[in-house]
Write a protein that binds this ligand. Structure first.
Ligand SMILES: Nc1nc2c(ncn2[C@@H]2O[C@H](COP(=O)(O)OP(=O)(O)OP(=O)(O)O)[C@@H](O)[C@H]2O)c(=O)[nH]1
Length: 453
């Protein structure tokens, strides 16, 4: 389309001026005016057709809702070769996630205070850790502390590493490698990775024995810790990941499941993705602006200018967080995370600045949500407006979808389409459904603007 327009442009010829410039004939002035109009129109079409090939997306949602994961999925989908090349760089990150979870386990079992069984509470109280298991936990802990330090050095320069707390007792501590998504890497760090390889190979059997011990699982249940639902959980794959020859592949979901906290030094984070292969999406490249919920879209924000040109906004709601609360920055009030997401959704819908932007909502972490409900968690205990409706994943999802659609209809300044997806962002195919919605949007928009891509 762009090349065609350029050719058309060269076919527009300006009429030659009449011989006497004092009295230009009316006919020549008309021709000149027509030629200038045609040229301006083509220039404008050319400019817009170039723009329409660069799809601009805002990716927004609260902490840990899956923004980075979806972004990785988009990169894997649009630029698979580049994504594959960097797979190697994710190895220390994946291993660090695994080691941190294991360190959390050893810390928990060594420092929790199991009660002695009595005749009254024999069923519920965990027994005291046998000395063999304690010794195993201590050995694993001492080796893994060194592995952790080594792997952290592979990922980012020490001054960049931000530790978000040191082993809290109810969740695995997060780490951050600064703003960059791709972990920093220096050649001599390969040495450090080799050292980590050796240490992991030496203690993989002990780690496996500890993780699969019935008593360890019992303690986790007693402490109400569901590690499988926490970010960066790899303990079920520990033999595969600790293997010396382990290379993360894009066919497995390891890279999507990694967790590196993004501290958002710059908000929004801007990511450019060049499409590699000709697949049927009507755009050449993607620009993704990644934002936290607390980066509010205000009409006076310094970056409001690019919102003007944005095609789509993807809002992520971590549906699995229905039983979690957080403190709101502005009010300091403790609020349910699902409710907070819906409040933020209402705010986004009502923004005049975003009135012509197409909206997509992804109810993410559907796998964790389903596990929680199927394990007996009562949704209505946390979202009281759900009342006495069935505690069934499908019924609840339908209820949330209705809420999202209702808010959109009521709060939007004018009518617009809404795409709603229930996804598990760590599933490599999840991104395809989101992309097909984006494709419909962009096609509609370009047709509307007369680009006829
Ligand atoms: N099980 C499961 N885990 C998910 C899903 N989506 C994301 N995660 C995991 O949740 C963790 C957090 O996801 P991120 O993509 O880092 O979330 P984020 O919104 O970028 O988080 P911030 O950096 O806090 O803004 C990662 O370990 C992901 O692998 C999902 O659908 N299911």
């Amino acid at each position: 389309m762009g090349d065609e327009l350029i050719q058309n442009r060269s076919s527009i010829t300006m009429p030659s001026p009449p011989l006497s410039s004092h009295h230009p004939p009316r006919i020549w002035r008309k021709q000149l005016s027509k030629a200038i109009d045609a040229s301006l129109l083509l220039e404008e079409k050319l400019r817009r057709s170039k723009e329409s090939y660069n799809l601009k997306i805002i990716l927004i949602g609260p902490k840990q809702c899956g923004k980075t994961t979806l972004l990785k999925g988009l990169r894997n989908c649009c630029a698979p070769k580049a994504f594959k090349v960097e797979a190697d760089v994710w190895r220390p990150v994946i291993r660090l996630n695994l080691v941190r979870t294991m360190n959390f386990v050893t810390n928990l079992v060594l420092h929790s205070q199991p009660r002695r069984t009595t005749s009254d509470d024999r069923q519920s109280a965990p027994p005291i850790l046998p000395s063999g298991l304690r010794q195993l936990a201590e050995t694993v802990a001492s080796v893994l502390r060194e592995v952790e330090e080594t792997l952290l050095n592979c990922i980012a320069p020490p001054e960049k590493i931000l530790q978000a707390g040191w082993y809290p007792l109810n969740r695995v501590a997060e780490f951050s490698s600064g703003h960059t998504l791709i972990p920093f890497r220096r050649e001599h760090m390969r040495e450090e990775e080799r050292r980590a390889d050796q240490l992991l190979s030496a203690c993989v059997h002990d780690m496996h024995a500890l993780w699969t011990a019935d008593m360890i699982q019992q303690i986790l249940v007693e402490q109400n810790v569901a590690l499988q639902n926490q970010p960066g959980f790899f303990l079920d794959d520990l033999r595969r990941i600790c293997d010396a020859g382990y290379v993360p592949t894009t066919s497995k979901d390891d890279i999507l499941r990694t967790r590196v906290h993004n501290p958002f030094i710059v908000c929004p984070g801007k990511h450019e993705i060049e499409r590699e292969s000709p697949f049927p999406w009507a755009f050449r490249s993607l620009t993704v602006y990644e934002m936290r919920s607390r980066c509010t879209i205000s009409d006076r924000a310094p970056w409001a200018q690019f919102v003007d040109n944005v095609d789509c906004l993807i809002f992520l709601i971590p549906i699995s967080a229905f039983d979690e609360t957080h403190y709101e920055n502005e009010t300091g009030v403790e609020i349910n995370r699902l409710e907070a997401s819906l409040n933020h959704w209402r705010l986004l819908c009502s923004k005049k600045l975003l009135a012509s932007v197409q909206f997509t909502v992804c109810l993410n972490k559907i796998d964790i949500f389903t596990r929680k409900i199927e394990s007996g968690k009562q949704f209505s205990k946390y979202v009281t407006s759900y009342g006495r409706q069935p505690n069934d994943p499908e019924a609840i999802i339908e209820y949330i979808c209705r809420k999202v659609q209702g808010i959109h209809k009521k709060s939007s300044p004018r009518g617009r389409n809404l795409h709603l997806h229930c996804i598990c962002a760590t599933d490599p195919t999840a991104v395809l459904s989101v992309m097909s919605g984006l494709r419909a949007d962009i096609t509609a928009k370009t047709l509307y603007q007369g680009h006829f891509l």
